[in-house]
Each structure stands twice: as structure tokens, then as C-alpha cells.
Design a protein around this ligand. Structure first.
Ligand code: URA
Length: 213
């Protein structure tokens, strides 16, 4: 399935704010929230709707509302900042957190939090994973959601690397992917370059004196 990379002046302006290492955490969070909302607007275009009867102050008419059970799946911790803006657009969406971290040496995605088991799966899941670097976290997450029984899965990310996208598309060809930009490569530590550094540290200000990567 194709990757949708949003090419729009408002997006590129906000992405440049994220990339700029002088951007402070509060402005970084704000840009993440705005970009996630814009990405979701595009990714939600084909949500199923139903007609409902409503009444304007003047007369009865037909209204339309989203009829699918939607789940947002923010990947802890960097995906957390992506959920808020989307919930403003679709307050009825359920939020299912998954915790995964990257082993610093092997870059393998390790799961540490998952409460999906036993719950009834949503009809369409939007994975909120800001950085698709090696693609390992996204691949593991999509697999987890498929095992849970989700039939339609879409992934929303801020930045992706070419290699990460290729891996993800090979492993999960039916997952639709929406990102703001695709960067050419990864460095030896598995960071996207030019990238924006560590999306979690940049949002939450946890660099402890080191550079914001
Ligand atoms: N995770 C991040 O936060 N940044 C990267 O560049 C890669 C993975």
C-alpha cells in the first residue's frame, strides 16, 4: 500500500520547527500536536459513516456521523503527544497504549506494556508512532494489533526513514502509512538523519544536559 507523505507548506513549516534543535519542549509538543491532527485528518478520510436524523433550529434533516469503532494506539512514550489533538477531532476514539522500547545495542523492539488481551478489538486502529526508524517498533505493533483481531490498521508518524518504510511495507503490505516527511537514512545508532533527535526526549525535556538526540 502506498505511503502518504503530506507535502504542504503548513506541514513543512511545523516539521522544520521539530527539526530545529533550539526548539524548546513546550513548542515541540505543540508542533507534534498540530502535525498529528493534520495527519489524522488525512488518514481518517475513509472512515465509515452513517446517516442520522437531526434537527436544525429550522427543520429536520439528515446528518452524518462516524460509525466505526476507532482506536488510537500511542506507542509509549514518544507517541503520547500525538493523541491529544486527534482526540479533539474524534473524542469518541478509544485509546489503547502499548509500551515498546528499542534495545540500544540490537535496536530490537521490546514490549513492556500491553493490556489488549481479553478486550474486544476496535474496527480500525491508528498507530501513533512518531519515528519510523528501523521500522521494528511499527512492525511489532501492527503484528500485535493483528493478533488482537484488528482488521484495518493505519500508521501515523512524524518522520520515517526510507529503509524503515521499506521493511514495514514488506512485512505489512496492507497497513496504510501517513507521515510528514521521509528522510534518507539512519545513522550508526539507529537515529533518523537529518531527523529531529529523540522524539521522546525532545517532547518531555529529558536530555539531562546532553544534546537533544
Ligand atoms: N526514535 C527517535 O526518537 N528518533 C529517531 O531518530 C529514531 C528513533
Amino acid at each position: 500500500m502506498e505511503v502518504v507523505s503530506l507535502d504542504h507548506p503548513l506541514i513543512t513549516d511545523l516539521v522544520s520547527q521539530l527539526r530545529d534543535k533550539t526548539t524548546k519542549p513546550h513548542r515541540f509538543r505543540e508542533a507534534v500536536r498540530k502535525l498529528s491532527t493534520l495527519l489524522f485528518y488525512e488518514a481518517a478520510r475513509d472512515l465509515k459513516t452513517e446517516t442520522v436524523e437531526i434537527e436544525t433550529p429550522l427543520m429536520k434533516t439528515d446528518g452524518v456521523r462516524v460509525s466505526e469503532k476507532v482506536g488510537l494506539v500511542p506507542i509509549l512514550r514518544a507517541g503520547l503527544g500525538m493523541a491529544d489533538g486527534i482526540l479533539q477531532l474524534l473524542p469518541e476514539a478509544q485509546v489503547w497504549h502499548l509500551g515498546l522500547y528499542r534495545d540500544e545495542k540490537t535496536l530490537e523492539a521490546i514490549s513492556y506494556y500491553n493490556k489488549l488481551s481479553g478486550a474486544h478489538p476496535v474496527e480500525v486502529a491508528f498507530v501513533l508512532d512518531p519515528m519510523i526508524a528501523t521500522g521494528g517498533t511499527a512492525i511489532r505493533t501492527v503484528q500485535t494489533l493483528e493478533e488482537w483481531g484488528v482488521k484495518r490498521i493505519k500508521l501515523i508518524g512524524l518522520l520515517a526513514s526510507k529503509v524503515g518504510l521499506k521493511e514495514l511495507q514488506e512485512k505489512h503490505p496492507n497497513t496504510q502509512i501517513y507521515v510528514c516527511a521521509v528522510d534518507p537514512e539512519l545513522n550508526e545508532d539507529g537515529y533518523i538523519v537529518p531527523g529531529l533527535g529523540d522524539a521522546g526526549d525532545r517532547q518531555f525535556g529529558t536530555y539531562w544536559g546532553k544534546e537533544a538526540v
